[in-house]
Design a protein around this ligand. Structure first.
Ligand code: NAD
Ligand code: DAU
Length: 396
């Protein structure tokens, strides 16, 4: 039993989204002693399709938790909970173990204490800049209020823990932030972890607010907080409202490829698996109270990204060398909120934790394009009526 109790139980919020689902897969496939509780509201961006393989391999395969069957499945290490991070009762119930006790999962092989998270990795967020400009309200609710609910629940629960075996596993509240909180750069320079926060969109402002709440909970209550701020991720399971998957989808459908302004804005692309490795390292070895920048070292102008996608797709699948004729420069829907360039100084995570990105952009992009080509049904499934409405608002 002692061995079992030494398992690491992570409450991952927003685990049905792009980075969260990749992170859950990374953790469960890399470690035998990790248990994941995935709390996700399943907004338009969250999709259980992203974790179908994981549910089958490590989960109960349904939301109907069946008390007796878990004894047959000692490998049961993944639990999905549909819910909102703004729901304080639910957060309390998950952090105290009550949630699973009530569902009688805490019987037999799977002691309820196993499902009591010792760490939280907070991915849950409204994450798309364009949507935040259309309507900031859900960004304030989830990104700011939701983060505060989790911080408060963690504070109350972790402060009230008595001494026991579980306390041997240190608590960590890892909040996933973004390089966008630093605002925009000109042609040169890099942000360090101590650069001022100068967000320009409701999305980045809500993320910056959450970062400051995290800081205050560390200072005021000594809550064991760590923050990561990463650059633009790309890879499998990214919702096709973001630049790379949107361009792949549209090119395959021979639709216009809408490039904002002249396409000269620069992003630093980070392959999602490189980010998952970094987050894992920060969770296990990061210093409490610290912030870690995570960049891809792949700075490139948007127009070059889009042309590269056209070239790779033309070679691989479309049998069409003129896909770039679909490119259409459109009025920038972000206006002054469109950050020109992001670039991160990542010397801290490299020096302190020995991490560095390993994926070269063109290689990562080819893998990503292959994934979208093999998973056209996934794209069809996640693109709902809501997506069509949103698309019309931004692009027509
Ligand atoms: P995503 O939009 O793909 O996924 C967000 C997930 O959060 C979805 O599964 C959604 O259902 C869930 N969610 C939303 N509101 C919720 C709520 N109130 N309660 C519970 N779940 C809720 O986002 P992503 O691209 O995977 O980003 C994950 C995190 O990483 C975000 O915090 C984002 O700010 C940050 N980030 C993203 C990038 C990037 O390039 N994608 C870069 C840096 C930081
Ligand atoms: O930098 C980290 C951030 O990266 C994360 O915090 C955000 O959650 C994530 O969405 C991403 O934000 P961006 O706004 O940089 O990503 P997006 O893919 O939406 O846009 C990338 C660039 O491409 C940006 O300069 C706008 C441009 N663009 C985007 C779309 C969707 C276009 O030119 N056309 C498009 O249709």
């Amino acid at each position: 039993m002692a061995k079992v109790l030494n398992r690491k139980t992570i409450l991952v919020t927003g685990g049905a989204g792009f980075i969260g689902s990749n992170f859950i897969r990374h953790e469960l496939e890399s470690y035998d002693d990790v248990v994941i509780v995935n709390l996700d509201k399943l907004t338009y961006a969250g999709n259980l399709e992203n974790l179908k393989d994981i549910e089958k391999k490590y989960g109960l395969a349904s939301l109907n938790l069946k008390p007796k069957t878990q004894d047959l499945r000692p490998d049961l290490r993944y639990f999905f909970v549909k819910g909102d991070i703004c729901d304080r009762n639910l957060a309390d119930s998950l952090l105290s173990g009550k949630y699973f006790k009530d569902k009688e999962v805490g019987q037999g092989t799977h002691d309820a204490r196993l499902m009591t998270p010792d760490s939280i990795v907070n991915f849950a967020a409204e994450s798309h800049v364009d949507r935040s400009i259309l309507d900031a309200v859900p960004f304030i609710d989830t990104n700011i209020k939701g983060t505060q609910v989790l911080l408060e629940a963690a504070r109350i629960h972790w402060q009230n823990l008595g001494s026991g075996t579980r306390d041997l596993i240190p608590n960590v509240f890892l909040h996933i932030s973004t390089d966008e909180v630093y605002g925009s750069l000109g042609k040169t320079g890099e942000f360090t972890e101590t650069s001022p926060l100068l967000p320009n969109s409701p999305y980045s402002a809500s993320k910056a607010a959450a970062d400051l709440l995290c800081r205050s909970y560390y200072k005021a209550y000594n809550l064991p907080i760590i923050l990561t701020r990463s650059s633009n991720n790309y890879g499998p399971y990214q919702f096709p409202e973001k630049l790379i998957p949107l361009m792949i989808k549209n090119a395959l459908e021979r639709k216009e490829l809408p490039v904002y302004g002249e396409g000269l804005n620069v992003r630093d692309w980070l392959y999602v698996e490189d980010n998952c490795r970094a987050i894992d390292l920060v969770l296990r070895k990061g210093n409490i109270g610290e912030i870690y920048n995570i960049g891809g070292e792949n700075e490139i102008e948007n127009i070059k990204v889009v042309k590269l996608i056209c070239k790779i797709l033309g070679e691989k699948a479309a049998g069409d060398s003129r896909l770039d004729e679909l490119i259409k420069f459109i009025n920038d829907p972000r206006g002054k909120a469109h950050d020109f360039r992001y670039a991160l100084d990542c010397s801290k995570i490299k020096k302190d934790l020995g991490w560095k990105p390993v994926s070269k952009f063109e290689e990562g992009l080819k893998i990503t394009i292959d994934w979208y080509l093999s998973n056209r049904n996934w794209v069809k499934k996640v693109v709902t009526g809501e997506y069509q409405e949103y698309y019309k608002k931004i692009y027509t």
